[in-house]
Design a protein around this ligand. Structure first.
Ligand code: ZN
Ligand code: ZN
Ligand code: ZN
Ligand code: ZN
Length: 162
């Protein structure tokens, strides 16, 4: 992990209090109040939980996994360059890709099928990218979003949906 930064002011003027808890000095100064946050899930540490050592916020571990910078680097994998962890668009379960076969996976919990690269449920697939670019440029703006080529997205959208 890189040097921890405050998720709100993006500065690294922080003091680490526990394995998960840190205090941001610049936010504390501008808020005129001690400002603590969880380094794992990047959210404000609840003021009424000042004595607990581990984060009590919901989905802390899930968010921490989705925020991780670890990427799939196997050149043989159809999901190379994707974050290691994804949240299922159906039930938000934390999922990984086996690295084998096509980018689409089926969530074992809710049976939602989705593309590990672009997180869409109906992905046109990477093999068709050239064809789709031809279509979108030449013919049809009416085809709509579902025909956008498959581009690896980060987990930002999943995090806002949690
Ligand atoms: Zn700050
Ligand atoms: Zn947390
Ligand atoms: Zn699911
Ligand atoms: Zn896709």
């Amino acid at each position: 992990m890189n040097a921890p930064k405050c998720p709100f002011c993006q500065q690294s003027d922080i003091g680490i209090l526990d394995s998960q808890r840190a205090v941001c000095r610049s936010c504390s100064k501008s808020n005129r109040c001690v400002f603590q946050f969880c380094m794992a899930c990047q959210r404000e540490w609840p003021r009424d939980a000042s004595t607990t050592k581990s984060c009590v916020l919901p989905d802390c571990a899930l968010r921490a996994a989705l925020l991780s910078n670890t990427r799939i680097s196997d050149p043989q994998s159809s999901v190379r360059g994707c974050p290691f962890f994804r949240a299922c668009p159906g039930c938000k379960a934390l999922l990984t890709h086996s690295g084998i076969g096509c980018p689409n996976i089926v969530c074992p919990h809710c049976k939602t099928q989705f593309c590990f690269r672009c997180l869409r449920r109906w992905c046109p697939g990477i093999r068709n990218v050239d064809h789709i670019e031809f279509l979108t440029r030449g013919l049809a703006f009416s085809i709509g979003n579902e025909m956008r080529p498959c581009i690896v997205v980060d987990n930002k959208q999943s995090l806002t949906e949690l």
